[in-house]
Design a protein around this ligand. Structure first.
Ligand SMILES: C[S@@+](CC[C@H](N)C(=O)[O-])C[C@H]1O[C@@H](n2cnc3c(N)ncnc32)[C@H](O)[C@@H]1O
Length: 283
């Protein structure tokens, strides 16, 4: 059943709601509705409920991204005595503006590093988290290398969450159809794929295989139906116009137009999300 934003915000933990109120309307692109950021934060909070985060926790967040969408609910969850070390290899955009106005900045330490080679010599984090970041790694090997590092620096457990490639309805299908155009578009443009990201969503089986390959000894997964709108698959036609090869440009244009038609007709909904709790071998 579809949720509405008022009920969703009413269910939110008070500190997170306060942070959202402090931020106010954040609309970096006119295509985004005024409540898109609230929806995204609500989805992250819902997913993080499966991470079982206690107040006072010391968390390493991998792939925080330039809008702190997971960092903000993480910072609200850890309380005044907890900390979130937010790692990204380079996309910071509005991160500090948003963290600053949220009122939670004293709990967040940003760090620019590659998750495949983390600068921590010991297992020093209560929990290592990566939410909707898997899609931005270069390929499956890069995910495995990063997960191996996450397991190395956590004391016991890591938590991963990523959208699944499953569409339960046409609004989810519209999202996946548009999302799946992103990586071929970046490739056709010759943009460095490793920084552009957006590999196809992994199945639950693929994700578990990677996490086990990275060394986890116990892996628990769930598929979560979030029933919330999504807003982030779309990209402008002007990007496709820049593709040099005429045939590829024409093909991509057709696919883009079909995908936009689907978005306009059915709306865009979050596909079910795979959540993973994985444990390292205890020495
Ligand atoms: C989809 S974005 C942001 C996800 C964000 N956690 C959220 O909830 O919206 C994923 C981020 O992962 C980062 N990333 C990709 N590969 C990385 C790597 N090897 N090390 C660190 N960050 C990486 C990208 O720069 C990008 O900002």
């Amino acid at each position: 059943m579809k949720r509405n934003i008022e009920d969703t915000l009413n269910e939110m933990q008070p500190e997170l709601l306060k942070a959202l109120k402090n931020i106010g309307i954040y609309q970096p692109h006119p295509r985004l509705p005024s409540d898109w950021f609230q929806w995204q934060i609500a989805e992250r909070q819902m997913i993080l409920n499966y991470a079982e985060i206690a107040s006072g926790t010391n968390i390493l967040e991998i792939g925080c991204g330039g809008q702190a969408i997971t960092t903000i609910p993480l910072a609200a969850s850890v309380g005044e005595k907890g900390r979130v070390i937010a790692v990204d290899r380079g996309r910071w955009h509005d991160f500090w503006k948003l963290i600053g106005t949220s009122g939670l900045k004293n709990r967040v330490i940003p760090l620019q590093e590659d998750a495949r080679k983390l600068p921590f010599p010991y297992s020093c984090f209560d929990l290592v988290v990566c939410v909707h970041g898997i899609r931005s790694f270069d390929n499956h090997q890069a995910i495995a290398d990063a997960v191996k590092e996450m397991l190395r620096v956590t004391k016991e457990r890591i938590f991963l969450a990523e959208s699944s490639p499953i569409a339960r309805n046409l609004a989810q299908k519209a999202h996946i159809t548009m999302y799946n155009l992103r990586s071929p578009m970046f490739l056709a443009l010759g943009i460095d794929y490793s920084t552009a990201g957006d590999i196809p969503y992994l199945s639950r089986r693929e994700l578990v295989k990677i996490v086990k390959k990275a060394g986890a000894t116990r892996v628990e997964t769930r598929l979560i139906e979030v029933n919330m709108p999504h807003h982030l698959a779309w990209f402008p036609l002007s990007m496709i116009e820049k593709i040099r090869d005429k045939k590829t440009r024409g093909d991509m244009k057709e696919k883009w137009k079909k995908a936009v038609k689907m978005l306009d007709k059915y709306g865009e909904e979050h596909p079910p999300v795979i959540v993973v709790n994985a444990w390292k071998k205890q020495s």
